[in-house]
Design a protein. Structure first.
Length: 340
């Protein structure tokens, strides 16, 4: 099968940063599906691992954690899917990724693809959708029935990939007042379009920006970027007994003692935790992906599809990695199909 991989971690400009290669096909056993990959999207996690984690000597590392495809074969323990089903998933960071024609993935972290989306449109969503869902409903414990009418959620970085899904889910399902942050006119307009009740500028004082729109404090902060830079302001704007959730990698240590006086709680989210540790509730990702599919097919959620970079090959993936590392990507970068 065709695949794109690398042997030595390094810069995307390095020779052989990503290579077109051929690998032997694999066989589905146990709870695994063998999926023929139709489309993928590229995430910051792809670039981080490519830059920092080399393959074992003499082998190639295959990355990629967003895919849409068709089930070609199933393991003996599979009960949720049949051959021919169209599926979507983010996968398992400890296993070979989606930069390949065929991929093995545990059925418990796979959902049915939204019927209303093309392969490319759907590929933009699994990783960010899972992350957003787990933050809101698993980590922060917000309700899905619109009953959180006393809650005020501040989303730092609301225009990004994860932020775009969190904003929509919070608006559609929780009943909370939703305040997003953005710093440019186009990103501010995007967050407004997603339904946020207000948008503030995260390059300014968060407390000052909230005060300008008549908000004294918030019950929840979801920090998706530059948490270390915003930490003191986050502590200031959170209501006593409030909750902070984050997904980024702060460049310096966070002084969690600052949370004590207000009895604030801290919640980390990594969407790979369930698959990495084979948790008892691993199948929750199957259920939430199906729920996201339903919300998309009823028009309640929209795709964050950004740019189509053509077929899945090393040349196009190098371009995609370079754009993501530049910090200038808007929406998700998607690639579709393999050259025959």
């Amino acid at each position: 099968m065709k695949a794109i991989g690398y042997q030595t971690a390094g810069a995307i400009t390095a020779p052989n940063a990503l290579e077109d290669i051929t690998l032997a096909e694999t066989t589905a056993t146990g709870f695994d599906l063998l999926v023929e990959v139709k489309a993928i999207s590229v995430n910051p996690v792809d670039t981080k691992i490519r830059a920092s984690s080399s393959a074992p000597a003499g082998e190639y590392k295959i990355i990629g954690w967003d895919a849409v495809g068709v089930v070609k074969a199933v393991g003996e323990n599979v009960s949720l899917f049949n051959v021919g089903d169209e599926v979507w998933y983010a996968g398992d960071i400890s296993r070979s990724g989606s930069y390949a024609q065929y991929q093995l993935v545990d059925e418990r972290i796979v959902g049915h693809k939204p019927k209303s989306l093309t392969y490319a449109q759907a590929a933009a969503l699994p990783l960010t959708g899972i992350t957003a869902w787990e933050i809101l409903f698993d980590r922060l414990g917000l309700p899905q029935d619109g009953s959180a009418t006393d809650a005020r959620i501040l989303i730092i970085g609301a225009a990004g990939g994860v932020g775009s899904i969190i904003t929509q889910l919070a608006v559609k399902l929780t009943g909370a007042e939703v305040i997003g942050t953005a710093s440019r006119p186009e990103s501010t307009a995007w967050v407004q379009k997603l339904g946020a009740d207000a948008v503030i500028d995260h390059t300014q004082s968060l407390s000052g920006e909230l005060a300008n729109i008549g908000i004294a404090d918030v019950t929840h902060v979801i920090s998706l970027t530059q948490t270390d830079q915003h930490f003191d302001e986050i502590v200031q704007v959170l209501k006593p007994q409030g909750k902070l959730a984050l997904i980024d990698d702060p460049k310096g240590p966070l002084d969690v003692m600052k949370l004590k006086r207000k009895s604030l709680s801290l919640h980390w989210e990594l969407m790979f935790t369930r698959s990495l540790y084979q948790t008892e509730d691993m199948i929750a990702q199957h259920h939430l992906l199906n729920r996201l599919s339903a919300l998309i097919d009823t028009g309640e959620l929209q795709s964050t599809f950004g740019e189509h970079y053509g077929t899945i090959n090393a040349q196009n993936l190098i371009k995609a990695h370079a754009l993501i590392e530049s910090g200038k990507a808007i929406g998700k970068i998607v690639l579709e199909g393999f050259n025959q």
